[in-house]
Design a protein around this ligand. Structure first.
Ligand SMILES: Nc1ncnc2c1ncn2[C@@H]1O[C@H](COP(=O)(O)OP(=O)(O)OP(=O)(O)O)[C@@H](O)[C@H]1O
Ligand SMILES: CC(C)(CO)[C@@H](O)C(=O)[O-]
Ligand code: BAL
Length: 285
C-alpha cells in the first residue's frame, strides 16, 4: 500500500478525527487502527508495520485507559513517554496519532460499559476485576470513533484478542480484527511496556516465564499428561526467580475453554509476578 513520508498528524478530538477520516474515505483509502497505551516498543511497531502493509492509511491511538486498570498504583506507575512515542511513529509511516484527553473519551455523565461474558471469565479476568470491561469499552469506542476497516492487536494479550474479536462481531462493528505475533527480546522475554519497571536482577530472571511455557508446550506436544507438565512449568517459573504464578492454564485458543487433555489446538497462557511487576505470556501448543 502507499508509503507516507509526510509528518504525522496529531489529533485530540473525535470531531477532528472524523473530519480527517471522512476525507480519506472520499478518496477511497482503506484505514487501519492500532490501539495502544503508549510507551511504544518494537512490539507496537510490528503492529504498525503490518497495518501499513494492509491499508492505505494508518491511525495509532495512544490513550492510557484509566478504566481498565484494576490497581491504582499500576495506573500511577504506567510508563508515559509521549514525546518519544511521537518521534518513534514519525518514520514508521503512521498518518495520524489520536491522543484524546480523558474528558474527550469519558465526558461528564458517561454511563455505558461494554461487557463481554464467557471469554472474560478466568485468567486475567479473574485476577484483574473490571479490567476487561474497561478494555472492551475503550476498544469499542475506538473502533466507532475511527471507523477503521482493520484493527491490529498483539497475540501477547491473547485473552484480550479473543474478547476484541467477539465484541466486534457481537456489536456488528464492520472491522476486521487481526492478531499479530508476539515480538520478543533476544532472550525470549515478550516485549511489554511494563518491562521498563523491572529491576536489573528481575530483568535477568524475566525470560524464565517464556522458557517454562516453551518447555511445557514441547512436552505436551510430545503426548505427556497436562497436569504434571503444568505443575513442572509452575515450579520452573518460581525457580527462575518469580515470586508468584497467578495462573498457568491450558485453553482452547479461540473459545478459551479450559482443557485437561490435548485433543486439538491449544494455547498455554500464564501470568506471574516478578517483584512489583506482573508479566503475561502465552504460546501455541
Ligand atoms: N511484544 C509484543 N508483540 C506484539 N504485540 C504487542 C507486544 N506487546 C504489546 N503488544 C500489543 O500492542 C498493543 C498495545 O499494547 P500496550 O500499549 O498495552 O503495550 P504493552 O507492551 O502490552 O503494555 P503492557 O505493559 O500494558 O502490557 C496491544 O494490542 C498489545 O497486544
Ligand atoms: C487495546 C488497549 C490499547 C485498550 O486500551 C490496551 O488494552 C492494550 O494496550 O492492549
Ligand atoms: N496490554 C494490555 C493492557 C493492560 O495490561 O492494561
Amino acid at each position: 500500500m502507499t508509503a507516507h513520508s509526510s509528518p504525522i498528524q496529531v489529533v485530540r478530538s473525535v470531531v477532528e478525527l472524523r473530519a480527517v477520516t471522512r476525507g480519506w474515505r472520499q478518496a477511497g483509502d482503506s484505514v487501519a487502527v492500532v490501539p495502544t497505551m503508549g510507551a511504544l516498543h518494537d512490539g507496537h511497531l510490528s503492529l504498525v508495520a503490518q497495518a501499513r502493509d494492509a491499508c492505505d492509511r494508518v491511525i495509532v491511538t495512544l490513550f492510557v485507559n484509566l478504566t481498565q486498570f484494576d490497581r491504582p498504583e499500576d495506573l500511577a506507575k504506567y510508563p508515559r513517554t509521549e514525546n518519544r512515542d511521537r518521534a518513534v511513529l514519525e518514520p514508521a509511516g503512521v498518518d495520524l496519532l489520536f491522543m484524546p484527553g480523558v474528558d474527550e473519551v469519558y465526558p461528564p455523565g458517561f454511563a455505558t460499559t461494554v461487557s463481554v461474558s464467557g471469554l472474560t471469565s478466568g485468567m486475567c479476568g479473574d485476577f484483574r476485576p473490571g479490567h476487561f470491561d474497561g478494555m472492551a469499552t475503550i476498544v469499542a469506542k475506538l473502533f466507532l470513533m475511527t471507523g477503521a476497516d482493520r484493527a491490529f492487536f498483539g497475540e501477547k494479550d491473547w485473552q484480550q484478542l479473543q474478547i476484541v474479536r467477539r465484541l466486534a462481531a457481537d456489536l456488528n462493528i464492520p472491522i476486521e480484527v487481526i492478531g499479530c505475533p508476539t515480538v520478543r527480546e533476544a532472550d525470549g522475554l515478550a516485549m511489554s511496556s511494563r518491562n521498563a519497571r523491572l529491576s536489573p536482577p528481575d530483568r535477568t530472571a524475566a525470560p524464565a516465564l517464556y522458557a517454562a511455557l516453551t518447555h511445557a508446550a514441547q512436552r505436551l506436544r510430545g503426548g505427556e499428561d497436562p497436569a504434571p507438565v503444568l505443575e513442572a512449568a509452575r515450579a520452573e517459573i518460581l525457580a527462575g526467580g518469580f515470586a508468584r504464578v497467578e495462573y498457568l492454564d491450558l485453553r482452547h485458543p479461540q473459545t478459551l475453554t479450559p482443557l485437561d487433555r490435548l485433543d486439538g489446538p491449544a494455547r498455554l497462557l500464564a501470568a506471574a509476578w516478578l517483584g512489583p511487576v506482573r508479566l503475561i505470556d502465552n504460546v501455541a501448543v
